[in-house]
Write a protein that binds this ligand. Structure first.
Ligand code: DSN
Length: 416
């Protein structure tokens, strides 16, 4: 069992200590289904709380703009070398503070403002930084959007090839935040080669699965791959960029001095911890179990009358159309939260409702699997979700379900 150490705060700042204890209790007492979240280890927590936070280290190992970086260089090199080994990467930059600046640094490296790029629509499983018009990516670049097939709700590679051949984007981006199926990265590479585009993936959601060999890992044969480090990879809240050696220097310059200042070396230390953990055999079992759990949960929800987008999942994540229960995604999210079950409302492909009150919810199994839940537990989780959704407007019933959730979660302690 891991521990959040707050002894000093308890004495000197009990107000904040109380909030941090409350948040820990919320995390332990509820069913966390947000697929982009996870629970980090003691090692990751310790590195995050370390004195590495005190140091300015603009630049890169061996070439800093501040003195006193001898030890920090060792920490950053450790993180870089572990990431290289874990993903088979030629070059790694571990400095991006989160996914958006990582993606921005890649666009900054390969595109000029106004250049064409191509990514999946947000409403069909992409991300804001994959070219949405309200985001810098859609404002600065001519980001064309591809979609999923209306019938199968999955990627149609022939249609992507056709669009890419017609439009000739300079960069082709694969990588998704709400797509439940295996991604054929080899197909994306072929399409990019066909049109001479830079082949980029954003594997933020599935990087833990890729590292464990449970999902195809595009890093060895893509030009550039970004990932956050806190999702299925189970590290600190941050990101990194992996690329071919030939692009390394330009990527480094885009991150610093292009976009960021001093790197967060305590977070980089925590990334090094997570990468070491992900190289251990236990992590492969963990990643395999994430997918087994997701498949079981999808099956349970399907049997209980909910519609799974694309019919199910191959990964850690599923999109559930809740409209068969006569409620919207927003109503589902609110009802589930009252029962201490956490998810996020999400559009489903070709949604007729608005993004603020869409038809679906997005759920996943990384946190539950970190808590050592197995397939049989997914049947219980599926039953609790279904019961809450059937009683979405009945607060007293939702309170009853919450008591059942608290009792269920007691079986899976993680932070004491
Ligand atoms: N916000 C993340 C997610 O929840 O998928 C993506 O950046």
């Amino acid at each position: 069992m891991y521990k959040q150490h707050l002894d000093y705060l308890k004495k000197h700042d009990p107000e904040l200590e109380g909030y941090l204890e409350d948040e820990k209790a919320r995390q332990m007492e509820g069913i966390e289904l947000i697929p982009s979240e996870n629970l980090v280890s003691q090692g990751v927590l310790e590195a995050l709380g370390s004195v590495a936070t005190n140091k300015y280290s603009e630049g890169y190992p061996g070439k800093r703009y501040y003195g006193g970086n001898e030890v920090i260089d060792k920490i950053e090199n450790l993180a870089i070398n572990r990431a290289k080994k874990l993903f088979g990467a030629e070059h790694v930059n571990v400095q991006p503070n989160s996914g958006s600046p990582a993606n921005m640094a890649v666009y900054w490296t390969f595109l000029e403002p106004g250049d064409k790029a191509m990514g999946l629509k947000l409403s069909e499983g992409g991300h804001l930084t994959h070219g949405h018009k309200v985001n810098f990516s859609g404002k600065l670049y001519n980001f064309l959007q591809y979609g999923v097939d209306k019938e199968t709700e999955t990627l149609d590679y022939a249609a992507i090839l056709e669009q890419a051949t017609k439009e000739k984007p300079k960069l082709l981006l694969s990588g998704f935040t709400a797509y439940p199926r295996e991604i054929d990265f080899k197909k994306f590479r072929e399409i990019a080669d066909e049109i001479g585009a830079i082949c980029m993936a954003d594997i933020s959601h599935i990087s833990g699965l890729c590292a464990a060999g449970v999902h195809e890992n595009p890093v060895p044969y893509f030009d550039v791959v970004t990932t956050t480090t806190h999702k299925s990879l189970r590290g600190p809240r941050s990101a990194m960029i992996m690329c071919k050696e030939e692009f390394g220097e330009k990527i480094n310059k885009a991150v610093f001095p292009g976009l960021q200042g001093g790197p967060h070396e305590h977070v980089i230390a925590a990334k090094a911890v997570a990468f070491k953990e992900a190289m251990e055999p236990e992590f492969k079992n963990y990643a395999e179990q994430i997918v087994k759990n997701a498949k079981k949960l999808a099956q349970t929800l399907n049997e209980n009358g909910l519609r799974l987008v694309s019919g199910g999942t191959d990964t850690h994540l599923m999109l559930v159309d809740v409209t068969p229960f006569g409620i919207s995604g927003k109503e589902a999210e609110t009802a589930l939260e009252k029962a201490a079950i956490y998810c996020n409302k999400n559009t489903i492909p070709f949604d007729t409702r608005s993004p603020w009150d869409p038809s679906g919810i997005r759920i996943g199994t990384p946190v539950l699997t970190t808590r050592k839940m197995k397939e049989k537990d997914m049947e219980s989780v599926g039953a609790l979700i279904t019961e809450a959704l059937h009683n979405a407007k009945d607060d007293s019933k939702l309170r009853e379900i919450k008591s059942k959730v608290l009792k269920f979660c007691e079986q899976f302690p993680f932070y004491e």
